[in-house]
Design a protein around this ligand. Structure first.
Ligand code: MUC
Ligand code: MG
Length: 392
């Protein structure tokens, strides 16, 4: 074992960073992101960083910033400290042995391990992940203010600045007919200038999806993300078989490689949204992507609205993937009022320029970590405004 690569210490913190505007999803509106940041030191002195962000505490899936931090501090860090950081798969096996599930927490630790080892070898992380296939990827922006005029103004500004020409509209909070009207108005305003997708974030049942998705397609939507509940693979499969001229993308339904295999076997979607956190890390993301490639399923580089740290880690693994893709949505940094790295990944001509390292190729600012540290700010968790979303 190379002494200098032994994991010596791991620290975690929760940051609270406001968003530039309310971001409205089917289940609630978020006004801040609370990423968990992992800092990991190797015996040789090299330090790596990892991140796991959830959306709306535990309202996107089971994990919350608090549960992630707890799983790492109490179980995952002790399983990894004292081990050879270069044996990525062996470390993952140790984490799986002490902790079932908790994929976001595992991904943040694995990310810090890979960043540290890549830095110890002065290599970009992508070189440890199979090598780079893409230097840039088309970058989508999500329209989620909930108001047509605001969404259209935002999209037009992004188009004029040549930052984005793919827009994902968040729907599912209102009556389906109102959602269709909302999307149609945006589609008319942006006709011929942009590609539109929607994310229903599990809000519809199978019959609602069967009735309203063709209307969304008619209005110009070309990709439909997670229209039904994550367990509703039967409905997803049915929509995939019947929807003409639009693609169905699984997000919440596809987390583990086993989920991916199940969807592939049943031809239940056309596209997987890949997200490092929900798959349980960078290596698991590659496994899910391999299943997609073997099953003739496309991929999309998804986000959990991470800072530039988690976004850069995702960019590294996405840069290594072949096969057919629909770009990425690593726009988390732009949705936050500020960032935790010295310099963000550049965006040129609507494409995210994928970083080159060492590590994840972004330098974390310790003073920014301190500035947003929940413990230092004396804050308690404030995650999501459920407002009208909760049934009475
Ligand atoms: C999701 O479900 O895709 C990603 C972008 C965004 O606006 O929300 C997320 C989560
Ligand atoms: Mg989604």
């Amino acid at each position: 074992m190379q002494e200098s690569l032994i994991v010596e210490r791991i620290e975690t913190r929760i940051l609270d960073i406001p968003t530039i505007r309310a971001h409205k999803l089917s289940f609630g509106a978020i006004r801040q992101q609370s990423p968990v940041i992992v800092q990991l030191w190797l015996a040789g002195g090299v330090c790596g960083f990892g991140e796991a962000a959830t959306i709306g505490g535990p309202s996107w899936n089971e994990e919350s910033p608090e549960s992630i931090r707890h799983a790492i501090d109490s179980y995952l860090a002790p399983a990894v400290i004292g081990q050879d950081a270069g044996r990525f798969e062996a470390l993952l096996a140790r984490m799986y042995a002490v902790c079932k599930g908790n994929l976001f927490a595992k991904s943040a630790v694995e990310m810090a391990v890979i960043d540290a080892v890549a830095r110890a070898h002065n290599l970009p992380a992508w070189q440890l992940l199979g090598g780079k296939r893409h230097h840039s990827l088309p970058l989508a922006w999500t329209l989620a203010s909930g108001e047509v005029a605001v969404d259209v103004e935002e999209a037009q500004r992004m188009l004029a600045e040549r930052r984005h020409r793919i827009f994902k509209i968040k729907i599912g909070a209102r009556e389906p007919a109102a959602d269709v009207a909302h999307v149609s108005q945006i589609a008319r305003a942006l006709a011929g200038q942009a590609r539109l997708t929607v994310d229903v974030n599990q809000a519809w049942d199978g019959n609602t999806a069967r009735r309203y998705l063709p209307q969304l397609v008619e209005s110009g939507v070309s990709l439909i993300e997670q229209p039904v509940a994550r367990w509703n693979v039967e409905a997803l499969k049915n929509l995939t078989a019947t929807l003409a001229s639009a693609l169905v993308m699984a997000d919440e339904t596809v987390c583990t490689p086993q989920d991916a295999m199940g969807l592939a076997r049943q031809n239940a979607c056309h596209v997987f949204s890949l997200k490092v956190a929900k798959h349980g890390g960078l290596l698991q993301t590659r496994k899910v992507a391999a299943i997609a490639e073997a099953a003739d399923i496309d991929w999309y580089g998804g986000t959990m609205l991470e800072t530039s740290l988690g976004s850069a880690a995702s960019a590294h693994v996405f840069s290594t993937l072949g096969a057919s893709h629909h770009g990425c949505e690593l726009f988390g940094p732009q949705l936050l009022v500020d960032d935790i790295v010295e310099a963000r990944m550049p965006i040129k001509d609507c494409e995210l320029q994928l970083p080159d390292g060492p590590g994840f190729g972004v330098e974390v600012s310790l003073s920014q970590l301190q500035r947003f540290d929940r413990a230092r700010q004396g804050l308690t968790a404030v995650h999501v405004d459920f407002g009208q979303y909760l049934a009475t």
